[in-house]
Design a protein around this ligand. Structure first.
Ligand code: NAD
Ligand code: GLY
Length: 359
């Protein structure tokens, strides 16, 4: 088992990464020590892993909320179900919520923990690769508004993150690849050596090789933890984590959040951000090809068909990261060095989008 820390003074917390952590009763009892525990999960994850947590913590007052699976249930209604259960069962301020699932569950359960009695503890037990390398770390919690994703939320850090790599064996290959996109992102924006390691070990990652997987999750969490420690409230450097996301959000919304998984949209978005960085003379064509090649090897898309570049650009301007002074993008100065920069002129952007849209 590997242990890291997210350093945030009194609110610092550990991240545990390893095989079989859901069977490690000693660890679970140490990290989830409250007398009252509410486990929040969904109807896909519950039959697979809820029993392990319940059995490990039998001596506590336990409850569970099993939500319907899917991003469409990341709503205030589901948030209310959690709050209703906490109230019905008379849970106190020293209760602990356990988020058992992917990013959707982690975000809703974390938001309920941020709000119940003005804030109770929660532990993240992420069960998707994306959640293990990204959403379970950093304390961003939210539900979606009917018109805009993640619009209602709070910063609320968990007290512990327990990432059992064995649970990834039941994850659908497409969901696994979506998590790989975020791992590739960390190398691109922060660590050239990590990107090169991924070029050498992508086949091992695809085969769920335990050593490779554990290293990739640990390095991703280390890089994210360092950024969160520096800029918890996302006022500055944390914006780098949005590499590929401005383009990706447009794709997700054009696809009505059904056509692309988040990680797939980010993959195409990163490829577009690489091309934009190349147009500015910061990145070589050769490096753009290297990145596309790694994304393709990870079973991720790097282009799409049938989109109108003008419409795409219009939607980009609406992205929440379009500041008053104009659209900003996360671009690369070189592999391993991300930067937030003013978007180049529309002609360049239309060229980049058009090339990816096959127009
Ligand atoms: P998800 O939570 O929907 O999980 C993907 C699918 O995998 C679901 O069907 C889920 O039921 C299933 N699943 C989960 N674990 C499984 C397992 N071990 N075996 C089999 N199936 C399993 O999606 P996700 O990709 O984990 O997370 C996406 C969400 O995370 C989005 O809502 C996004 O906004 C959010 N997010 C938040 C942050 C943050 O910092 N808080 C960062 C990135 C993404
Ligand atoms: N996933 C972006 C962030 O945590 O800031």
């Amino acid at each position: 088992m590997e242990t890291l820390e997210v350093a945030l003074g009194e609110r610092s917390y550990p991240i545990y990464i390893g095989e079989g952590l859901l069977e490690n009763d000693i660890l679970l009892n140490k990290e989830i020590s409250a007398k009252q525990i509410l486990i929040v999960t969904n109807d896909v994850v519950a039959p697979l892993y809820l029993g392990a947590i319940e059995q490990a913590l039998t001596d506590r007052e336990q409850g569970s909320v099993i939500l319907s699976d899917g991003e469409q249930h990341k709503t205030l209604d589901c948030f209310s179900k959690i709050i209703d259960t906490l109230i019905d069962r008379g849970f106190h301020r020293d209760a602990c919520i356990v988020a058992l699932g992917g990013g959707v569950i982690g975000d809703i359960a974390g938001f309920a923990a941020a709000c119940y009695q003005r804030g109770v503890d929660y532990v993240q037990i992420p069960t998707t690769l994306l959640a293990q390398v990204d959403s379970s770390v950093g304390g961003k919690t939210a539900v979606n508004h009917s018109r805009v994703k993640n619009m209602i939320g709070a910063f609320h850090q968990p007290i512990s993150v327990i990432a059992d790599t064995n649970v990834l064996k039941t994850l659908a290959p497409r969901e696994y690849a979506a998590g790989l996109a975020e791992i590739i992102k960390y190398g691109l924006i922060l660590d050239e050596g990590f990107f090169e390691w991924q070029e050498m070990h992508m086949e091992a990652l695809l085969a769920l090789d335990a050593e490779a997987l554990s290293f990739a999750i640990r390095r991703s969490c280390e890089l994210k933890a360092a950024i969160v420690s520096e800029d918890e409230r996302d006022l500055n450097r944390r914006a780098l984590l949005n590499f590929g996301h401005t383009f990706g959000h447009v794709l997700e919304s054009l696809g009505k959040f059904e056509r692309w998984l988040h990680g797939e949209a980010v993959s195409i978005g990163m490829s577009m951000a690489m091309r934009t960085s190349c147009s500015l003379g910061w990145i070589s064509n050769f490096d753009c090809e290297r990145v596309d090649s790694l994304l393709l090897r990870a079973n991720l898309p790097v282009a799409f068909e049938g989109l109108n570049p003008d419409k795409f650009l219009e939607l980009m301007q609406l992205d929440k990261k379009a500041y008053a002074e104009g659209l900003k993008l996360v671009l690369l100065k070189r592999i391993g060095e991300g930067t937030v920069a003013a978007a180049p002129n529309n002609t360049i952007l239309i060229d980049v989008i058009g090339a990816k849209a096959g127009n």
